[in-house]
Write a protein that binds this ligand. Structure first.
Ligand SMILES: [Zn+2]
Ligand SMILES: [Zn+2]
Length: 456
């Protein structure tokens, strides 16, 4: 089979036809299809295409932010040690502070600087863990693997199909269709933060095509003549996820990164500041790096504000460093807090999209039934019933098997020193993950009545 690059070059005929026709599909429709699945996905058309290894970004593009950050780190040493502390130690500083303050602040700065540089070196050196180092190459999954009947556009509603498939997924586990996931997610690094913000400001959203039809079909009259709206549920994974670039079956939680051109174990996000992905192996170091960056920048901001207020004449370099430290410190602090939140929830950045998508689909289903602005009481009732039916377990909680402390230790190691310095190790092997027993064997989001008896 011809090996082609994913972009440019000559794609095989059916793949070309597919990409040109799919370009006419609105973005929201593409998203809906990805969520609920389509007959095209199940019939397996287009699954056979191998693209060959994808190339990583060219190195100047990949490492430009790393060079910028390294330059800033070296410059910060020059400004604080050379321009602020040394004149104090020589007793010729215009700030008015003497030798003792100069030596004390310089030693504190150097210690924080060294720890920060050490943390940065570790995250630069330690890779995220590549799936290809652990998974053998596999041939493409067969194209005629469909088990059961493929739904048509006029067939059962997407939610019904998803539910039916969910119930039936145990029997289709072995021979079920393989998911070929080629679309590497490109998570914004601020996504977890934007989730927190959007929780407060959400309200008006546009309606996704298809959701109206979905909920209309799913609607029935429940007890006491209440309107029952079927909860939209994501399609379960019913087979191995084959990467057409790496030609491997991706382990759970692994995703293909287009910037690195490879599949990354427990993929979190691609970070331009380190020129590589954050994944299973280096997530711990990434957390430590953001923590140490926040501490280092906070110290710089406090110390430089004091120096600047005492200076008879503003030093441009000190002022520049103060602004850079404030921006980077804020960014690193937000990254640290959002990642701590994700860790104790047991989700990676990319997995956290799932609950955002779920909320959007639920909003659309409710808006289609009750209207955008009205009947908030009814909407709340339906949500309450959904919550009771699913036992309050969120759609992305597949990998949350313990309490917050256990999830933290799983990611950051059991020794507390490793929570502050780059010395810890994640537990496990990055391939096999303990699963939440409230989910099915393929990650099906189960209703409470389908949980193991002892958990109900
Ligand atoms: Zn891959
Ligand atoms: Zn990457």
């Amino acid at each position: 089979m011809t090996v082609n690059e994913p972009t440019g070059g000559s794609l095989p005929m059916h793949s070309q036809a597919r990409s040109s026709s799919s370009s006419n599909i609105p973005k929201s429709e593409k998203k809906r299809r990805k969520w609920f699945g389509t007959s095209e996905r199940r019939s397996g058309q287009g699954f056979m295409t191998r693209y060959g290894p994808s190339r990583s970004d060219p190195w100047p593009q990949r490492y430009i932010a790393v060079f910028v950050l390294c330059a800033l780190i070296i410059w910060s040493f020059y400004v604080v040690v050379g321009r602020v502390c040394t004149p104090m130690i020589r007793n010729d500083s215009s700030v008015g502070f003497g030798r003792a303050i100069g030596i004390g602040t310089m030693i504190t700065f150097i210690i924080l600087w060294l720890v920060f540089v050490w943390s940065y070196m570790m995250i630069l050196i330690v890779g995220p863990g590549l799936a290809r180092d652990h998974c053998p190459k596999m041939p493409a999954p067969p194209s005629d693997f469909v088990s059961g009947q493929a739904p048509t556009e006029s067939g059962p509603s997407a939610a019904e199909t998803a539910s039916a498939q969910m119930v039936d997924s145990h029997s289709t586990l072995v021979h079920g269709p393989a998911l070929v996931d080629t679309e590497a997610p490109e998570p914004s690094q601020l996504v977890p933060i934007s989730h927190l913000v959007s929780d407060f400001v959400r309200g008006s959203e546009t309606e996704a095509p298809g959701s109206a039809a979905l909920s209309r079909e799913a609607k029935t009259r429940g007890p006491k003549d209440e309107i029952y709206v079927e909860r939209p549920v994501p399609l379960p994974q019913t087979g191995p996820r084959w990467c057409r670039y790496c030609e491997i079956n991706k382990p759970d939680r692994a995703h293909h990164c287009r910037h690195c051109g490879t599949c990354v174990m427990q993929f979190d996000h691609h970070c331009p500041w380190i020129g590589q992905c954050v994944g299973w192996r280096n997530h711990t170091y990434f957390i430590i790096f953001t923590l140490q960056a926040s501490i280092f920048c906070s110290y710089l901001v406090i110390w430089l504000v004091i120096v600047l207020t005492k200076m008879p004449e503003i030093d441009g370099q000190v002022m520049g460093l103060l602004i850079a430290a404030a921006i980077f410190g804020l960014f690193a602090g937000m990254m640290y807090s959002s990642h701590v939140y994700l860790i104790i929830k047991g989700v990676s950045t990319v997995e956290s999209y799932k609950s955002r998508d779920q909320r959007e689909h639920e909003d659309h289903a409710l808006q289609a039934e009750f209207g955008t602005l009205w009947k908030n009481h009814e909407k709340r009732k339906v949500r309450k019933r959904w919550k009771e039916e699913w036992g309050g377990v969120e759609v992305d909680a597949r990998w949350k098997w313990g309490n917050s402390m256990e999830m933290w230790e799983q990611e950051m190691g059991t020794k507390w020193i490793g929570w502050f310095l780059p010395l810890g190790r994640p537990q496990g092997d990055g391939i096999h993950f303990k699963s939440n027993p409230r989910f099915g064997p393929n990650g099906e989001w189960l209703k409470k009545k389908d949980w193991p008896k002892e958990l109900q």
